[in-house]
Ligand binder design. Sequence first.
Ligand SMILES: [Zn+2]
Length: 346
Amino acid sequence: MKTLLPTSTAGSLPKPSWLADPEKLWSPWKLGGQELAKGKQDALRITLQEQRQTGIDIVSDGEQTRQHFVTTFIENLEGVDFKKRKTVKIRDRYDASVPTVVGPVSRPISVFVEDAKFFRSQTDQPIKWALPGPMTMVDTLYDTYYNSRKELAWEFAKILNQEAKELEAVGIDIIQFDEPAFNVFIEDVNNWGIACLERAIQGLQCETAVHVCYGYGIQANTDWKKTLGPEWRQYEEVFPKLQQSKIDIISLECHGSRVPFEVLERIRGKKVMVGAIDVSTPTVETPEEVAATLREALKYVDAEKLYPCTNCGMAPLSRELARSKLSALRAGAEIVREELLTEAAC
Ligand SMILES: [Zn+2]
């Protein structure tokens, strides 16, 4: 990227209300068959337009063609039985009824490649495409076949690598893996989580990112955050290994959270997507608040490696709120960009 401080979003963005009911997760589609296929393409056009208007430099599909960032990918795989469900605790936090792994997992068809091809045809801007990370996928399933989280994650990593290579081939610039589970299963992350992530990016020429956050702004996450104490230092435990990994970009939650900025020291040298927009509050950040977060991050991240971003996906927000927050992100980034250019000119 030539632009200084290029803005982007963590991933999901709200869908139009004619496609799925807004402000909730797993919202069912309101259309079917061909109508749904066309509706999804229109939603991709709309999200692109909204990102353009709000000044987002690295655009994304806003996950308009998926019901959920993990489930939709898994629905397209073999070896997982969605009728056989079991209630498990996701991320050690909340109960959810999840499908069961009943046999070897495989990817008989491409999942998002046609959507990516269509989205690519709509814009010349750099595109970031998010996929679920192997560990987070494992965490949303009940497994009666592998009986090993590590083994199942490794198999998912191989499948994700196939998908990622096809996304790269249709012109996606950055492929991101969402790993909110990295903030929870710290020991596993260091023992095998990052190794699986590296398997997922094996052989890719495009840039790669990992998004590690404290989750969507939903009640279960807000309640969980209250139990984490005055300082959230989970990142500190997984950053040293991530810093050593082949992943190019690390996307994380900063703004309005209790993550101390100094943990960024542990990924010095990496490109960082700094979350400068809180997705759990209905208040729109002021450009100055965004700028303040970016300035703090600049103490640990070189300007040319800093990407202003949102803390997490915005699927549960209203479209109006998401648009306002993205505009604030752009305005805040613009303030700091000007400062950096003035400094450089002095
Ligand atoms: Zn997130």
